[in-house]
Write a protein that binds this ligand. Sequence first.
Ligand code: 5GP
Ligand code: ZN
Length: 135
Amino acid sequence: MNDCLFCKIIKQEIPSYKIFENDYIYAFLDINPVSDGHTLVIPKVHAENLSTTPDLYLSEVNKAKKIVAQILQEKIEGIKGFNYISNQEAIAKQVVFHYHEHILPKFKEDEGFLHDKNVNLKYASLEDVFNEITK
Ligand code: 5GP
Ligand code: ZN
């Protein structure tokens, strides 16, 4: 049995706010965003991290990062840049062991970074930002 949280999200057993999907990847809003539009891109194959993800999926994740960033930039006002981040192993603060890339929209300098507690979001809920992105 596969108990992986992100595999369950791919299979829609756990709900998520989907931003983009194709045969190889699934992209959805992070449940605990550090900036508006904070999105995770994951391969549709279970691999713990980047090192063990098949090359085909790695390349598709990378292509999807570009597509998702374009979607976010078009739909959310004020995005001036992005951090693309992937944590590998607990020492690097990896918490979910299904390879994922974070896409963090940047609106101003010195704003929230990964796992920050003091974040300043414009949208009150994930649903609000999702509605903005998909309208
Ligand atoms: P990392 O493993 O890179 O440190 O972080 C895992 C990320 O997954 C965190 O930013 C966390 O907020 C996000 N996350 C954990 N559980 C869920 C979930 O059930 N749904 C969604 N959308 N994101 C999650
Ligand atoms: Zn998985």
